[in-house]
Design a protein around this ligand. Structure first.
Ligand code: CDP
Ligand code: CA
Length: 500
């Protein structure tokens, strides 16, 4: 028993100093773990946002983009977070009731309010870019176009975002930003890879943009855009054909066929047995055709279909002027164009039409595609309606024309041949972001948003290292003291006989 007491008295756990050392040691370990944990916790990812409204001729779409707040210029990280299709037609269709152009945007704008975190609203830039529909309205009726912009501006300013203005993009900007979008999303710019050309088919205009290989584009400065992106230089060829979007091209095709003011036409670009009544005033109500309106014509004409691809091509060919070219090479209408080069991404209506016709599979040859469209056009209208009962008849009726127009524009307009055609990909989106000019526009404009200072850890690195060093030293001293205080009794303990 006495030996037991002796052991108890010699037990270092019962010394106040040992208890203090132990408590300090535990505190030091907890402090070390806490500091290291705080310092190395994953930095909370903050995003910034930008909103672009694409006010196209047929409809308006809103796109929300997001990118990490600690902006890293060398990584392609701006991506589309959300898109919203505005109900109804494009803003240019509200020329007679401009306020409605503004109110039409409300629903999508409210959606944007929900999509962007509230604390970011005030700093989120909001842009509206209008394309060919507004270009045409501006040419036709400047007062009406200004009123539409006024109404749109008023409507957008009611929202808590940082409104940056609404404007009409030039055709050159529209083409160039579409090209930037495609190449940015494909990661071609920062890597300095061979670029992809961009083909955009809208309702009222169409754009072609690509970097020609070993071809001097300076002979037509209005078609040349020089870029410096990620340290690489690009000499881009771009052209926008106003009135050659698929809806205005259809008007031109109908105008061509009704130039003598008949009461009926048999149209090779529409299905056999198709028949509707159309109004002359409505057809010719566009600057793309207004000057060609027949002097004498009835109120309406009967538009019937014939479904003949080759004859439809003949009509479409008549919309292109191949005669005059003052440059070394032209596409059509006397517009300079170097030979097409490299791969192309074809989007917007190119995609919608080819996707409807099931022709987006890249393995199909130009010949196969042509035969398919020819066969589709010759299919009677009743049969087409039965196969696609859910598609609005107005749109359904136009796919034969649109398909033929796309093939004719690409081959005869831009001079794609069997080989170069196979390098066109019909695309809707790339890596979750829609192909179109809006992302390129946003990328260009976000360069003006100052980068937010990077989220830093709670302590500067030197401070962190000092604190950890002090705690480790302290722990080392404590452990040494601890061992020493144990040693003062261990030798005796080990030499004493075991008491059973
Ligand atoms: N789902 C869709 C959406 C649009 N589209 C067509 O795609 C074209 C889009 O043109 P847009 O409104 O951007 O007009 P632009 O201002 O670019 O000329 C229009 O001809 C629409 O009819 C389509 O065919 N299918
Ligand atoms: Ca468009």
């Amino acid at each position: 028993m006495s030996a037991q007491r002796e052991m108890k008295e010699k037990n270092p756990w019962h010394k106040p100093l040992t208890i203090i050392i132990t408590v300090i040691g535990v505190i030091a370990i907890v402090a070390l773990v806490t500091v290291a944990g705080l310092q190395n916790r994953p930095v909370f990812q903050k995003y910034k946002y930008g909103i672009v409204l694409d006010a196209g001729s047929s409809h308006t779409a809103l796109y929300i983009y997001k990118w990490p707040a600690e902006k890293d210029n060398n990584t392609g990280r701006i991506e589309q977070k959300h898109s919203c299709k505005v109900k109804g037609k494009g803003i240019s269709s509200y020329a007679a009731v401009p306020e409605k152009a503004g109110t039409s945007l409300t629903e999508c704008m409210q959606e944007a309010e929900m999509q962007v975190p509230a604390w970011r609203h005030q700093e989120t830039p909001l842009y509206l870019g209008a394309t060919a529909g507004m270009r045409l309205l501006n040419m036709e009726n400047k007062v009406a176009s200004d009123k539409v912009f006024e109404a749109v501006e008023k409507a957008l300013q009611r929202f808590p975002f940082s409104y940056q203005g609404a404007r009409i993009l030039s055709g050159q900007e529209e083409g160039a930003f579409g090209w930037v979008t495609v190449n940015y999303l494909d990661d071609r710019l920062k890597q300095g890879l061979q670029t992809t050309g961009a083909l955009d088919l809208g309702g009222a205009s169409t754009q072609i943009s690509f970097v020609p290989h070993e071809y001097d584009i300076s002979e037509s400065p209005s078609n040349a855009v020089a870029f410096q992106l990620y340290g690489n230089y690009y000499n881009l060829y771009t052209h926008s054909f106003l009135c050659y979007g698929k809806d205005q091209a259809l008007r031109m095709a109908l105008a061509h066929q009704t130039r003598s003011g008949p009461i009926a036409i048999s149209d090779p670009c529409f299905h056999p047995d198709y028949s509707v009544t159309r109004n002359y005033n409505t057809l010719y109500d566009s600057p793309c055709v207004s000057e060609r309106k027949p002097k004498v014509a009835p109120l309406n004409f009967t538009h019937t279909g014939e479904g003949n691809f080759l004859q439809c091509q003949e009509v479409i060919r008549s919309l292109f002027n191949f005669k005059s070219c003052k440059y070394s090479k032209c596409s059509f209408n006397g517009i300079f164009q170097p030979p097409v080069q490299g791969s192309f991404g074809a989007f917007s209506a190119y995609y919608f039409v080819m996707n409807f016709l099931n022709l987006t599979d890249g393995s199909m040859s130009l010949e196969t595609i042509t035969n398919y469209v020819a066969n589709y056009c010759s299919t009677p209208w009743d049969q087409i309606k039965k196969v696609y009962p859910d598609i609005n008849e107005k749109y359904l009726a136009e796919y034969c024309f649109s398909g033929t127009y796309i093939l004719t524009l690409l081959t005869e307009g831009y001079n794609f041949n069997t080989e170069t055609f196979s390098k066109i990909k019909f695309i809707k989106e790339i890596k979750g972001s829609d192909a179109g000019w809006t992302l390129g526009y946003m990328l260009n404009l976000t360069n003006m948003i100052p980068a937010e200072t990077k989220d830093s850890p709670p302590l500067p690195h030197a401070g962190y290292v000092s604190i950890v060093t002090v705690i480790v030293l302290l722990l080392f001293i404590l452990v040494t003291l601890f061992i020493l205080s144990f040693r003062s009794i261990w030798p005796k303990c080990s030499k004493e006989p075991q008491i059973v």
